[in-house]
Each structure stands twice: as C-alpha cells, then as structure tokens.
Write a protein that binds this ligand. Structure first.
Ligand code: CFM
Ligand code: HCA
Length: 532
C-alpha cells in the first residue's frame, strides 16, 4: 500500500499533497490510524461528493412521502433532487405520493435582486390549495442564503395562516463541506418540528425505530418483513418508506437501532437525551451481520420468548441462504473488491462481499467523519473547524414529563458487562485487514492508480465513476442505486446480492474491454475473440 499511495500522491502541488496524504492511510485494525476526513475538497480534484442541500432534502427528509417538499431556489436544484435517489415508497390507496412531484419556487434573476420571500409565501399557498398536505417543508438553496431570504419566518407565517405544520431548513448547498452537513441540519429540523408531536401510546410488545435506513431498492421493506417474523414492531424507519404520522409518534419506541451512523447519529443521541430511548448500532447488510443484529435486539429486550423466536427465524432463513452462498462463494473465493461509497456503505458492504469470499483490499467514504473510520472513541479528539462550527448543535434536555428510561441502570450495566455496546460505533477500520488502503473522498486520479496497480475484481461505487471503472475493464456495482436492483438488506436481500455479483463477475463482457493504457487487445484480454 505504501508504493501505491506514493503513486497516487506523486506530482501533486505541495499543499494539496500534504492534505491528500492525510486522507490516504494504510490500515491497522488494532490501533486505527488517524485519517483526514470531513474537510473541504480541494478545487480541481474530481470528487464524488454532493452538497449540503442534497444531504438534507435528498437524503434525510426527501423519503417522507406525505410531506410536501418545496425547494426554494433556481429550478436546477429542484430538478436534480427529483426522483434521482432510489428511496422507494408505498403510498396507501387514496393518498398522494408527493415524492413524484418536483416542487420549486423556480427563482429568477429578479427574485435574486429583490428577494424571494414573497415568491416562497405564494408557492406555499399555491401548493396547499392544490394538495392540502398535512405538512410542508421548505429547503434553502445556495442563492437563498446569499441574498438572505428568511425562510423560517415565511414558514412560521404560513403555519399560522394554513393551520398545518410548515417548517424550513437552512441547508444551502455551500453550508458544509459535503452532504454530511445536510444530514445534521435535517436531523435538527426533524427533531424540532416533528419528533414528539403525537403522544398516542402504542402497546406493541417489542417496539423499535430503525434510524439511518432509507429504503433504497426496498431495503427497509426487507428489514421490516424480517423483524415482523420475529415479532418485533417497527414504529418508524427514519427515513425510508415512512409517513409523517409515524415519525411524530416514534418517540413511543423502547429502542432505536442505527443502520447508517453517519447520517443519523445526531437523532439517536437527541432522542436518548430527551426521551430516554437507548440506541445501538446494527447492520442488516450481510447474512452474519443480520443474524448478529437480530440477536442483539433480542438480548436487549431480555425475553426468552423473543430470543427463541429470533433463533428460529435465523435458522429458517439460513437454511435457505447457506447453500446458495456456498455455491457462489466456491466460484469467487479469493477475489478482491474495493468500495468507495457515501458514509456507511463502504463499511457495511464489506460484510456482504465477505460472505462470498471476496476480500475488500481498499475502501473509503465520500464524506464520513473520523468516527466512522476510527470509531466513536475518537470523538473527543476531533478538531472542530470553522466548517463544522457553522452547523447548529441543538441544546437538548430531558423532557420534563416524557423522559422515561427504557431499561434500568442495573439491567443496562449487566448487558455492558457482558460485552454489549450502547451508543457506540467501532468504525470501518477495526473490521478491515491490516495494510488495506483506506482512502477518504477518493479522486478519479487515485482510483485509476488503484485499478492499474491492484486490479480489483470488482468495485462498489456510484454513478459518477461507474463508467470510468468499467471502461477500464473492471465491473462496478453501484452501491447507492444498486443499479436499479435490490433489496440487498436482510437474508433475502443478501441472496439477491450474491446472485447479482456472481452474474457480474461471470459475464465474459469484461474480457472485451481494452483498458486505455493497453494497446494490444489480445495481450490485454487473451480470452477475447479476435477482431472479425
Ligand atoms: Fe447513509 Fe445512505 Fe450512506 Fe448517506 Fe448518500 Fe445513500 Fe450513500 Mo448515496 S444516508 S451515508 S448520504 S447509507 S444517498 S442511502 S447511498 S451516499 S453510503
Ligand atoms: C447524493 C445521492 C447519491 C448519489 C449516488 C451516486 C445517491 O449524494 O446526493 O453518486 O451514484 O445515493 O443517490 O448518494
């Protein structure tokens, strides 16, 4: 990894080199090395990152299908976030699916010059007249922040005038260094304007929320189905396949389990402080990870009946899965993967590749923070820079009437003594091999070096680099959109994934691709048929 790292850094201007050098580190699972993360991308470097608006409107809140989302800004921002992320929803008969609409104030030059507040107030009224939603949410784009429109006062007035919940997000694209800032802003807004609004009790026996699961390709449905078999009730999945009403009542849960730590750890912490709901990390991506997560939930509830049920479900699911896994593993054992995705999947999908014998030799996030790499124990040592200070930290107190510890301090201690980790995430590095190369916010230049030198058999990535990778003769599985497949979560999803990766690796098409650095096709791919 040292030689490869050197190649990647070679030729960069000295300031850029110093910065990138901190973001490319050979791994040590015993003592995870410090990695540079959550800092600005240097202009000129080709990054896969998105903006703060994308993280707030597109990722965290967009999937709530019965909120009417209005993008306040030029039409491009609204258009970009229109159905481009694969967060699926099933909408009950008779209800409108607002996710299918692209609502925007379509700001023009004169709104930039004279202000866009009136335009926004009119847009909210018009949208209400047409659709009568129970809630409207407004998102600020870059120019809105630059000209200083006060979207929050417009929302307050509209809330009073219309008698429905209307709230805004100051998630201007430039507000943070990536979409990660948008996650935090979204968490704050959902917490302030939705969580706890409906106190109707729920008498389900084992009731939990899934935090950080966005129903890409139907993952949330697959998890829901699995937990139902175990007798566990999901009150709300934040935010995937979920309604406004589920979210405003989800503080009735007795546990929050966190899938994507990066995008929603803020909410887990705030709900614990305010309502006394504990949280821990789970992963339903990968067969063994899914079984482990189910057992952890059952152990938390400390109920023999639930534990037995969970074991029955795991046994039944694995009886179907194991033969398929074994057959596919036998074909691909020893192959190498590299994964560069978002803020959690670069870690989670290593388990799924590992299930079929494929080792991840290099991985990195686009925008995660040091804790997602090195584990939450580094949190006190993370330097807060000006870009992070920019994002509001809510001051949360225990709720005077509604705070209720869900588990007694003694029971909690007993679990901790037995090795149970609450409020924790150990990060990606502890689960990767020694000397694997960890790369934050990878650039196209670095990716090309990785492919040429290490020749991974498959790369997990996104739309922005998929075709660069495939033109180099390496299959690229999109781990954001799943290349329009999925679900991949839970046992049923894992089977889908094994089969799909098997198909991708087994097709002969890769042998027809001549990487750009090779002149002679036959030498590049001996299996390829001769030119007709
Ligand atoms: Fe969390 Fe996500 Fe991800 Fe993410 Fe995303 Fe996504 Fe992702 Mo694309 S919330 S960090 S901001 S798991 S949209 S559903 S796939 S980059 S790895
Ligand atoms: C986003 C959304 C995205 C992009 C996917 C990709 C998604 O970052 O705004 O780059 O392929 O999952 O849809 O992450």
């Amino acid at each position: 990894p040292d030689a490869l790292r050197e190649q990647m850094l070679k030729g960069l201007p000295s300031k850029t080199l110093r910065k990138r050098a901190k973001q490319i580190v050979p791994n040590d699972p015993e003592t995870p090395p410090e990695i540079g993360a959550n800092s600005r991308t240097i202009p000129g470097i080709i990054t896969q990152r998105g903006c703060t608006y994308a993280g707030c409107r597109g990722v965290v809140i967009g999937p709530i299908h019965d909120i009417l989302h209005i993008t306040h800004g030029p039409v491009g921002c609204g258009y970009y976030s229109w159905m481009t992320r694969r967060n699926l929803a099933r909408v009950p008969e008779g209800q409108t699916n607002y996710m299918q609409y692209c609502m925007t104030t379509d700001m023009q030059e004169d709104h930039i010059v004279f202000g866009g507040e009136k335009r926004l107030a009119e847009a909210i009224r018009e949208a209400y007249r047409l659709f009568k939603p129970k809630a409207i949410s407004v998102y600020a784009t870059c120019p809105v922040g630059l000209i200083g429109d006060d979207i929050h006062s417009v929302c307050r007035q509209a809330k009073e005038e219309l008698g429905i919940n209307v709230f805004g997000f100051s998630c201007e694209g430039y507000k943070g260094v990536s979409q990660s800032a948008g996650h935090h802003i979204a968490n704050n807004g959902v917490f302030k304007h939705m969580i706890g609004l409906d106190d109707t009790p729920n008498d389900a026996k084992y009731k939990i929320n899934i935090l950080g699961e966005y129903n890409i390709g139907g993952d949330a449905w697959a998890i829901d189905e699995l937990l139902k078999k175990c007798g566990i009730t999901i009150l709300a999945t934040l935010s995937g396949g979920v309604s406004y009403d589920e979210i405003i009542n989800c503080h009735q849960a007795d546990l929050n389990v966190v899938m994507c730590h990066r995008s929603i750890n803020y909410m887990a912490e705030m709900m614990e402080t305010k309502f006394g709901i504990p949280w821990f990390k789970v992963n339903f991506i990968g067969a063994d990870s899914t079984a482990k997560s189910l057992r952890k939930i059952a152990k938390y509830f400390d109920d023999k009946e639930l534990m037995d049920r969970v074991e029955e479900v795991i046994a039944a699911e694995l009886a179907v899965l194991r033969p398929i896994q074994a057959e596919i593993k036998a074909k691909h054992q020893g192959k190498k993967a590299a994964i560069f995705v978002g803020g959690s999947r670069a870690h989670h999908y290593q388990d799924l590749f590992g299930d079929i014998g494929i080792e991840t030799v290099s991985a990195g996030y686009e925008f995660a923070h040091r804790d997602d790499y090195e584990g939450r124990d580094v949190l006190p040592n993370i330097k807060i820079d000006a870009d992070s200070r920019n994002i509001e930290e809510l001051d949360v107190e225990p709720d005077e009437t509604r705070f209720r510890p869900r588990i007694s301090p003694e029971a909690k201690q007993k679990l901790i003594d037995a090795g149970f980790a609450f409020s924790d995430y150990l990060g990606m590095m502890r689960e990767m091999k020694k000397r694997a190369l960890v790369i934050d916010d990878i650039s196209h230049h670095e990716l090309e070096h990785l492919i040429k030198t290490w020749k991974p058999d498959i790369i997990g990535s996104g739309i922005k680099d998929k075709f660069i990778i495939e033109k180099m003769g390496v299959p690229c599985k999109q781990l954001h959109s799943y290349d329009y497949g999925g679900p991949y979560a839970s046992f049923a999803g894992a089977i889908n994934f094994y089969k799909e990766i098997d198909r991708m690796l087994s097709t002969k098409v890769w042998s027809y691709v001549v990487p750009p650095w090779v002149k002679d096709r036959k030498a590049a791919a001996p299996e390829a048929p001769a030119e007709e």
